[in-house]
Design a binder for this molecule. Sequence first.
Ligand SMILES: *Cc1c(COP(=O)(O)O)cnc(C)c1O
Length: 430
Amino acid sequence: MTDAPSYGFDTLQIHAGARPDPATGARQTPIYQTTSYVFRDADHAAALFNLQEVGYIYSRLTNPTVAVLQERLATLEGGVGAVCCSSGHAAQILALFPLMAPGCNVVASTRLYGGTVTQFSQTIKRFGWSATFVDTDDLDAVRDAIDENTRAVFCESIANPGGYVTDIRTLADVADAAGVPLIVDNTTATPYLCNPIAQGAALVVHSTTKYLTGNGTVTGGAVIDSGNFDWSASDKFPSLSAPEPAYHGLKFHETFGSLAFTFHGIAIGLRDLGMTMNPQAAHYTLMGIETLSLRMQRHCDNAIKVASWLEQDDRVDYVTYAGLPSSPYYERALACYPKGTSGLFTFAVKGGYEACIKLVDALDIFSHVANLGDTRSLIIHSASTTHRQLTPEQQEAAGAGPNVVRISIGIEDPDDLIADLDQALTKACG
Ligand SMILES: *Cc1c(COP(=O)(O)O)cnc(C)c1O
């Protein structure tokens, strides 16, 4: 497809980044199952290694199948470039890597995916980085948390799993005023429901494992660069603004302009950290994205039906879904996420921990798994699984208390989902 940003989302999700294969005319994007690429001659090889020419060297860095996915994601998110990698957690490290140094911190929302809370509160300490967690609805608290060593603000657009939606625009303004980029994890919303870049985010990260692939086949991640952040405005981001010793003193921002972050992500991030996406994974994710808008709309439509049914049921204490008028985030959801608030929410079962365990075992259509964003409906009792490593306070803050289950509503017949929940609640609550 020629560059035509005026095409609509449904067209771009199928065509962006892809064109008939120049060698064979293959209409579907081939899986370039190769580790390396023959150089035209020694000069060509040298130019590629010096970053003077863009091309394929080795699949730890770039691969043509993965490149199509990168361009498609950059287009759908309204960014200038994207770097794909092996998982959503890898994407978070890849996003932070060019920004951080020992002693630096990220100011992160308390409402994050459980694995991200663990990664940020524990693992990144080993790099000498740290995270300060704040309630991102309290903008003064965010401003207070940002200090001279802060290098990013991090949030999720629709937070997993608590039925919370972030007002990205106001948070982006706070980050901007402090001269640091806002990074938004857009996994739960996907670019169909939310475009963080249009609302001021500098970088977007994804677990492509979830809705983007949509069928539970492969793990993957991506960082999408808005191209809008001025890395040279201060001396906070020397990896991008100062001479890079590993490339003969090249300055990424000066040399690559708005693509500085993307080039750094590949030339330093993937080269030295090596969390590369493989071409098979890119293929499955490209297949998934072709139907993203259709699936997401159905996920949203099913979720509101199931959430409304649960909310009126006596065996259920409460349902946290931003699409319900009872949600404290309902008005914000209408304003910021007009197409819907995805297929993920939690509900509290009156029988507590024990009833939750019985419920997940009694369901027939819903699978008890640690995934979300599949065509299939999924359920998990977060407190005994994904959020186990968190303290009780962190569990509550993340909306994952012992009496709470998280469901990821699939695209099945909604009446079947309701009937399944009905019979399982009967067994769980006796
Ligand atoms: C799953 C998930 C991640 C982590 O992604 P993986 O692909 O499992 O590494 C990060 N953020 C959110 C919101 C997620 O749902």
